[in-house]
Design a protein around this ligand. Structure first.
Ligand code: AMP
Length: 355
């Protein structure tokens, strides 16, 4: 078989680092484009090109050498990806999908158009919208910027109407959505992959614990009923089909007391709640993503019966040694400088073998 051209990834963080490691296992070279050449992915990628995501000449030259362009984070200038697609480069997932998901409002409207349940929400364009919005969502509610939010950033809680002004100030009056507080019994996610032929595979439903909007732990299998787990996978499949999605995606859910699921959000990429698959599944989410975007066949992953992942955030890095001593497999992202809320690494513990 002729050797495939390298896979190009926009972004050089830990997700790109683990994608590049999976590439090596598959015999695929991985090229990284990042504004910062000293990024975590530099350790495992075949090549790092230091360039701005909006430098069209640089991204075109980068794409020329690659069979497909993908990305490891959502907050990219989507017009750069449209530019590449228009020039005939394969971009997976496609720029239209990224554009839809980059805006919480269009993402929610898409989910509603698919008949998928989500938390009640209202659109906020200006301070005058709050009274009607609160009447729709009730309180407490969470104000979320439509764009550029991640790990709880760009989110402010409101428990009384009088707090609306301060909350809107806190998000610098950016266009936003106000969302009802969901009284969930648990949060869970499904990581799945789809290729251009329409083959769809997925990992078991994972249970996720967040603190201050940041993922702390993921445990698989989730402690939900079989019916709820099947429902989560059906919803994920529907989303992937409707989007004609190519690559790995994660769908995050709120599970309500009766077992009903509301979709929280879609991540069009490999996902933190799928890190347990590295060591806990064959193939892992990183290999599956590369397989899906390069048009390889997909088969259902073989998984361990139990796995747990915990993030090492901010100054928690010193815990790594202790966890390693207790049998956890620790992955250090090599970021150097710890900052509050910054993901520095993670640790995975599995029980049983891959079957
Ligand atoms: P998000 O960035 O929207 O995924 O939010 C990050 C985390 O904040 C979620 O995983 C939840 O733990 C929490 N959260 C976000 N929205 C809500 C909501 N409407 N009700 C309750 N918790 C929420």
């Amino acid at each position: 078989m002729p050797k495939l051209k390298p896979v190009g990834i926009f972004g050089g963080g830990q997700l790109a680092m683990m994608l590049a490691e999976a590439g090596t296992k598959l015999g695929l070279e991985t090229h990284i484009l990042s504004p910062n050449a000293a990024c975590p992915a530099a350790r495992s990628a075949s090549l790092v090109v230091e360039a701005d995501y909006e430098d069209l000449a640089a991204i075109r030259a980068f794409a020329e050498a690659c069979s497909v362009i993908s990305f490891e984070f959502e907050n990219l200038p989507v017009r750069s990806l449209f530019h590449l697609a228009k020039a005939g480069h394969l971009v997976a997932p496609g720029p239209k999908v990224l554009e839809l998901i980059q805006d919480r409002l269009t993402e929610k409207q898409f989910l509603q158009s698919c008949g998928i349940a989500i938390a009640p929400f209202a659109r906020i364009d200006g301070a005058e919208d709050f009274a009607a919005a609160i009447a729709d969502t009730g309180l407490p509610a969470v104000l979320k910027t439509r764009h550029f939010g991640y790990d709880g950033k760009g989110q402010t809680w409101i428990t009384a109407p009088a707090q609306a002004k301060a909350a809107f100030d806190a998000i610098h009056h950016h266009p936003a959505v106000l969302e009802s507080a969901v009284d969930f019994v648990r949060e869970c996610s499904v990581i799945a992959a789809r290729n251009a032929k329409g083959e769809f595979v997925h990992f078991p439903v994972t249970e996720n614990l967040h603190k201050n909007g940041i993922l702390r732990t993921s445990t698989v299998p989730a402690n939900c009923s079989d019916t709820t787990a099947k429902q989560a996978i059906t919803i994920t499949r529907n989303i992937a089909e409707k989007l004609q999605y190519v690559g790995v995606l994660a769908v995050e859910f709120f599970e309500l007391p009766g077992g009903e699921l509301w979709v929280n959000e879609i991540a069009p990429r490999v996902h933190n709640s799928g890190h347990w698959t590295k060591g806990g599944a064959t193939p892992d989410q990183f290999e599956l993503h590369l397989r899906a975007i390069t048009g390889m066949e997909l088969s259902m992953p073989n998984c361990v019966p139990f796995a747990q992942m915990q993030n090492l955030i901010g100054d928690e890095e010193p815990r790594a040694e202790q966890l390693a001593g207790q049998g956890w497999q620790v992955v250090d992202y090599g970021k150097g400088q710890a900052r509050p809320g910054r993901k520095m690494g993670h640790a995975v513990r599995v029980e049983g073998g891959v079957s």
